[in-house]
Design a binder for this molecule. Structure first.
Ligand code: PMP
Length: 406
């Protein structure tokens, strides 16, 4: 079988060490070894969420985690304000409606980030405080857009609504400060930035949300966070967990820590920056608006002369490079290239070379090699920026390098 380089925005390429962890003999999920494992993993997730609150893990994909968030926080009839900026934000709206919530949406043009002033103005008009919850997306994987969560948090201010955040494809790739930003439930998943296999959703819950969860009238069973918490106190999960994926996540967390969060943030930014530079040099455009570019997935507009489906097929079949198509109305209009996972710079350069050549063969671009050259220059520039950074706090470095790319 040809080796495939996975540049899709999840599930991502997983390192050999992490994959090997899954081959360990299984252990009793009600025994002391699993208790140590679970406690270890959930504690090490806390700084990544930026919380001192408990983090629970559920045996499901990210969507299950989002369903857990909705059903545990809200009751049928609750008024929610959703801020979708793409397909995954819309999925969150659909989950909330499926469980009987009344959802109003703040509209955003595809490719743009949420305008926090619009959110602030809608909340200001809610003088009677009837909005019970706010549904947010940190990183919108369908459009390659990252929202500014600090600005959103400031825009919400003192409004009493509960804040549910989908950070499935964002968490870990930049500094996240759940406690400081006053978010109530933040949901992520194992197969994205943390570069473990799919199968686990990680959920952080604020202190006030843990209290309010008792009041939710929504029926729930498998995803009852009260049960998850009760069992977590004994180092267990209520139902049989995907033990092998937890082994893998433990090793993935070690790799994350060994690299250091700042270097992981820089890596994602550098890869996204190199891809963006190549895209421009080839003569294509990013789909996301300036200032809104995601660092974990780059959405690239495909010109009308290029058949996106054929492009992706050739990349996969001739080069073993796998990218994602646009979803729903963006199908045929964009392609998406992820930066998450166990990918090296040479993987990025190789994938961009394959993309450039395939586009060239499909009569797009005249200067073959310009994309790869731009990407290598971009990598050199991010190395220089890192050298100039000097010793700084995490947040400053994050803010600076973000400003450079975004
Ligand atoms: N939200 C976002 C932002 C995502 O990127 C994804 C997965 N692509 C999901 C939710 C759904 O996660 P899962 O596929 O793990 O259910």
């Amino acid at each position: 079988m040809t080796k495939e380089l996975l540049f899709i925005p999840g599930p991502v390429a997983v390192s050999h060490e992490v994959l090997a962890a899954q081959a360990r003999p299984l252990i009793d999920h009600r025994g002391p070894q699993f208790t140590r494992l679970l406690q270890n993993v959930t504690q090490r997730l806390q700084p990544i969420f930026g919380t001192t609150q408990e983090v629970v893990i559920l045996g499901c994909s990210g969507t299950g985690g989002l369903e857990a968030g909705v059903t545990n926080l809200f009751s049928p009839g609750d008024k929610l304000l959703a801020c979708p900026v793409g397909v995954f934000g819309q999925r969150l709206v659909r989950i909330a409606r499926a469980f009987g919530c009344q959802v109003e949406e703040v509209q955003t043009k595809a490719g743009a980030a949420l305008d926090e002033r619009e959110l602030a103005s809608r909340l200001r008009n809610d003088v009677e405080g009837s909005i019970r919850g706010i549904l947010l997306t940190h990183n919108e994987t369908s459009t390659g857009v990252e929202n500014d969560m600090a600005a959103i948090s400031a825009a919400i201010g003192e409004h009493p609504a509960l804040r549910l955040v989908d950070s499935v494809s964002g968490l870990g790739a930049s500094e996240f400060k759940m406690d400081d930003w006053d978010f109530d439930v933040v949901v992520s998943a194992s197969q994205k930035v943390l570069a473990a296999p799919p199968g686990l959703s990680m959920i952080a819950v604020s202190e006030r949300a843990w209290t309010l969860i008792q009041n939710s009238q929504t029926p729930r069973f498998y995803f009852d966070l009260r049960k998850a918490r009760e069992f977590a106190q004994d180092g267990q999960t209520p139902w049989t967990p995907p033990v092998s994926v937890v082994f893998a996540l433990e090793v993935a967390l070690s790799r994350y820590e060994e690299q250091g969060p700042q270097n992981v943030w820089r890596r994602h930014e550098a890869y996204a920056g190199a891809i963006a530079a190549a895209v421009e040099a080839i003569g294509l455009q990013l789909f996301s608006q300036p200032g809104a570019h995601s660092r974990t997935v780059v959405a690239i507009e495909t010109p009308q002369t290029v058949d996106a489906q054929r492009l992706l097929q050739t990349l996969r079949q001739s080069w073993g490079v796998v990218l994602s198509p646009g979803q729903q109305e963006l199908q045929g209009k964009i392609i998406r290239m992820g930066t998450m996972g166990d990918l090296s710079r040479s993987d990025v350069i190789g994938a961009l070379g394959a993309l450039e050549k395939t586009l060239f063969d499909q009569h797009q671009g005249t200067n073959l090699g310009a994309g790869v050259e731009a990407a290598t220059r971009s990598f050199s520039a991010s190395d220089a920026a890192k050298r100039d950074d000097g010793p700084k706090s995490d947040s400053k470095v994050g803010a600076q390098t973000t400003a450079a790319f975004r």
